[in-house]
Design a protein. Structure first.
Length: 124
């Protein structure tokens, strides 16, 4: 079944394949930036952190953990399976309100660019 999704993706528009590449590049840049600013966590979160976590994981984890343990793996899964992306993303808005420090400016820019990849898809 996975192979058929990949075949459909490659038979489909080159624009969609290009979109997967754009999103993958951006998610890799977000990961690299989290590591560069020292906000990448090497120890896994307990399973309980994923239960009733709320929007952006705000009830059980900090935003950087949600990016690392929820967003990045989920986006990579969509890319790998040839799945559909959400119609929009508003991570940067939440991040502006929840990230502190001068070192996060580049991360905020990357998250805004990530959101923009989805907003562009809905424009005529």
């Amino acid at each position: 079944m996975r192979d058929s999704a990949l075949v459909m993706q490659s038979v489909g528009s080159g624009r969609m394949n290009s979109r997967y590449k754009q999103v993958e590049k951006q998610i890799n840049r977000i990961e690299e930036e989290l590591k560069r600013i020292g906000r990448w966590q090497f120890d896994p979160l307990p399973d309980t952190a994923f239960e009733n976590m709320g929007a952006f994981g705000s009830k059980t984890m900090v935003l950087e953990q949600w990016l690392q343990f929820v967003l990045i793996p989920n986006v990579r899964q969509i890319i790998e399976s040839g799945g559909a992306f959400p119609a929009k993303s508003e991570i940067a808005i939440f991040a502006v309100r929840n990230l502190d420090g001068d070192e996060v400016e580049t991360l905020l820019k990357l998250l805004s660019e990530f959101d923009g990849l989805f907003h562009q898809a809905t424009r005529p």
